[in-house]
Design a protein around this ligand. Structure first.
Ligand code: GLY
Length: 405
């Protein structure tokens, strides 16, 4: 009897426990980041960048890999939050590793790479050489633009796609828009706006969900295929893709003030928010088997001979990186009007979940990354239930944005 009463008392006091203030939560996450990233830098080879931690080992990547800007970017964010000069020095060191990026064989993701590293560096230090890097990278990204299609090309032509453009590419426009604003070169913004407008016309379904890949005919600009690469099936809503779209159009509204982009971002939010699970962190695909809106294994474009086929009873993986991107985008979107507080409440819920022990690793664990439970490409069973450098970056960015409202 005594133990029942004690349990009831403990339950009552726990359920009445005041929530951790967001300012304290943010300080706790940034303290964790400072300790984790210091250890991570010490392990990192001089010519590599951290991607993830898998099978008990750090997985680092090439300097021209699409994720290479996120570690320097995260260090800039730790410096921004803490003002600690040690992190500015670390950020400068890691950013300098990308000094020759414009001369490397790069791709559409030079926007991600340079904006998170040099872009944050310029914002926080005003160093002219960082701005010059942004300008040169923006010019390089524009060489992938085809005016007949009206988009920058994502991947090079292959057997499956002639001129593939992925929704992720919306994120690379931020470099173009920032470089245009800072240098006055209008051609960068023109490419950015044209890409965003073409994508708005062709990538989205009536409910504001997005296909992952739209492939065009590079000679005529005609849409040839609408498919997926990393989602569950062609017509499903891969959650990180939805997140990139939400973030991308919110950013385009910030950069242009064009109400069409704001309406698009709000439409995407109206698709995403009702599909989020109770704790706010999305499953890897909103229509994956086992989710509340599962399409079923025989859906068009569902994997047939892939490595992994879901079976009844298998867990449905969450993607913490998609949660972090959505949270960061929603905090910004809330600043452009949020009458019933839905955007900011949703962002806060996601951030609280990500900062809980279920997702935020203790110092010394998780290969010195912050967030657990990210997914790269589930049905190829590549990078499943792992930390992701971009998940950490957008988590920190979201918390900084939240602390400024
Ligand atoms: N841009 C690649 C990804 O989101 O996995």
């Amino acid at each position: 009897m005594k133990s029942v009463l004690l349990a009831a008392f403990l339950f009552a006091s726990l359920s009445c426990a005041p929530q951790e203030p967001m300012s304290k939560l943010t300080a706790r996450v940034f303290d964790t980041a400072a300790a984790q990233f210091t250890a991570l830098e010490a392990e990192l080879p001089a010519d590599r960048m951290p991607e993830t931690f898998e099978n008990g080992a750090l997985k680092d990547g090439k300097l021209n890999g699409w994720t290479s800007g996120f570690f320097p970017g995260s260090l800039w964010l730790v410096y921004e939050y803490s003002g600690d000069v040690r992190f500015r020095e670390m950020a400068e060191r890691q950013t300098a590793k990308l000094d020759s990026i414009v001369a490397m064989k790069t791709h559409h993701d030079i926007g991600f790479q340079v904006n998170s590293s040099f872009g944050n560096g310029y914002r926080l230090t005003g160093k002219p050489e960082y701005l010059e890097m942004m300008r040169a990278a923006a010019a390089k990204l524009c060489t992938r633009f085809n005016p007949v299609v009206g988009c920058t090309r994502s991947w090079d032509p292959g057997k499956r796609w002639n001129y593939p453009v992925i929704i992720d590419n919306m994120m690379n426009l931020e470099l173009l828009m920032e470089a245009s604003r800072l240098t006055g070169d209008q051609s960068f913004a023109q490419v950015g706006k044209t890409h965003a407008n073409t994508t708005m016309r062709n990538h989205f379904r009536d409910d504001f969900s997005t296909w992952h890949v739209v492939s065009y005919d590079e000679q005529t600009g005609e849409v040839l295929k609408k498919q997926t690469s990393q989602g569950f099936c062609d017509d499903s809503a891969w959650s990180r893709g939805q997140a990139w779209g939400l973030y991308g159009y919110t950013m385009m509204y910030r950069e242009t003030g064009d109400p069409a982009y704001l309406a698009q971002a709000r439409g995407i939010a109206s698709f995403i928010i009702p599909l989020l699970p109770e704790d706010g962190v999305p499953e890897w695909d909103f229509n994956a088997p086992g989710t509340a809106h599962a399409f079923g294994m025989d859906a068009k474009g569902a994997p047939k001979k892939d490595v992994y086929i879901w079976k009844e009873g298998d867990p449905v993986m969450r993607d913490s990186s998609a949660g972090a991107i959505i949270a960061s985008a929603l905090v910004e979107l809330s600043g452009y009007g949020d009458p019933d507080g839905l955007y900011i409440r949703t962002a806060e819920k996601i951030l609280r979940t990500l900062a809980s022990p279920e997702y935020l690793a203790p110092v010394g664990e998780n290969g010195h990354f912050l967030l657990k439970h990210g997914v790269t490409n589930l049905h190829k069973w590549s990078g499943v239930d792992i930390p992701l450098t971009y998940g950490d970056y957008y988590f920190l960015e979201a918390l900084i944005r939240f602390s400024k409202i």
